[in-house]
Design a protein. Sequence first.
Length: 91
Amino acid sequence: MGASGEPGGRQSGITAALARFLAESRWEDVPSSVRDESKRALLNILGCILAGLREPSIRLVAKALGDRAVILGAAANALDFDDTHLPTVIH
């Protein structure tokens, strides 16, 4: 379903603008501080996923749903404490 709510429809608004921006962007055009932070953030979420996959609650999610995206999303948040570490709160 597209952002417009129509199945298979074209995206519009902010989603389309973001998609265009990303598709037209080059890594070299991104400021080095942003590139560095994006690498740090990706390593952070990967670490959270790897650690979270061993949690009993994630094993239950895996058995119940079997959907990899849901399992990885749940694992990413199982041991994610960014809300309790004030220097890294981002939302």
